[in-house]
Design a protein around this ligand. Structure first.
Ligand SMILES: N[C@@H](CCC(=O)N[C@@H](CS)C(=O)NCC(=O)O)C(=O)O
Length: 204
């Protein structure tokens, strides 16, 4: 398997962390977003949307979308340790929390970055006002996750899952836009962050 990724981008990190949890071996090709390598014709042949990550299987088939890649790995490559849930209720909880982590953390955090950070200046049309709206939303979302994590050790319940991977990659990426967990305000979220950051896969 071959992963097209960028070491600094949060979605490719989700997949690397997932593969590390599974102990699956794979090759990588770095496609630098900073150098605009993801816009090249060669990469667009893999993903016309020019987005990372992409997983290429040994038979040449290509998968886009981080969660499609992770699901494929869990179902077809390495089922253990299970990270998407076993029985219907657990699967639904993990799906729900992973979606919350994607839509309520990763998406707004990415929008703050895209709409206010120097990195994108001159590369895309930015709206600092929209970045501010997303920052304000995130105050509430940090609160929401902190409150939820006061009652359990992991995002979706009693055990580590793909929802923790998405939330960790999102929150770590927030730091480039000065979106940080404040332990004095969000003690449960900070404790969870320390817990999951200790996993060897977090270095992936
Ligand atoms: N929903 C996609 C999101 C992919 C995505 O937005 N990737 C970012 C890196 S984290 C990217 O390639 N950005 C390049 C760009 O926006 O030009 C997934 O989960 O894989």
């Amino acid at each position: 398997m071959l992963l097209y990724h960028d070491l600094r981008a949060p979605n490719p990190r989700r997949v690397r962390m997932f593969l590390a949890e599974k102990g699956v071996a794979y090759d990588t090709i770095e496609v630098s977003i900073a150098a605009q390598a993801h816009q090249s014709d060669a990469f667009r042949a893999k993903n016309p949307l020019a987005l990372l990550p992409v997983l290429e299987l040994d038979d040449g088939r290509v998968l886009r979308e981080s969660m499609a890649i992770c699901r494929y790995v869990e179902e077809a490559v390495q089922p253990e340790p299970n990270l998407f849930g076993v029985e219907p209720w657990e699967r639904a909880q993990i799906e729900m929390w992973n979606r919350h982590a994607e839509l309520e953390l990763l998406w707004p955090i990415s929008q703050v970055f895209r709409n206010s950070h120097e990195f994108w200046k001159g590369r895309l049309k930015q709206s600092p006002e929209f970045a501010e709206i997303m920052r304000e939303l995130l105050v509430d979302r940090f609160e929401f996750f902190d409150h939820s994590l006061a009652t359990r050790p992991y995002v979706a319940g009693e055990r580590f899952s793909v929802a923790d991977i998405t939330a960790l990659c999102a929150l770590d990426f927030g730091r480039v836009s000065k979106l940080r967990i404040d332990p004095t305000k969000h003690a449960s979220l900070a404790a969870w962050h320390a817990r999951v950051s200790e996993r060897p896969s977090a270095k992936a």
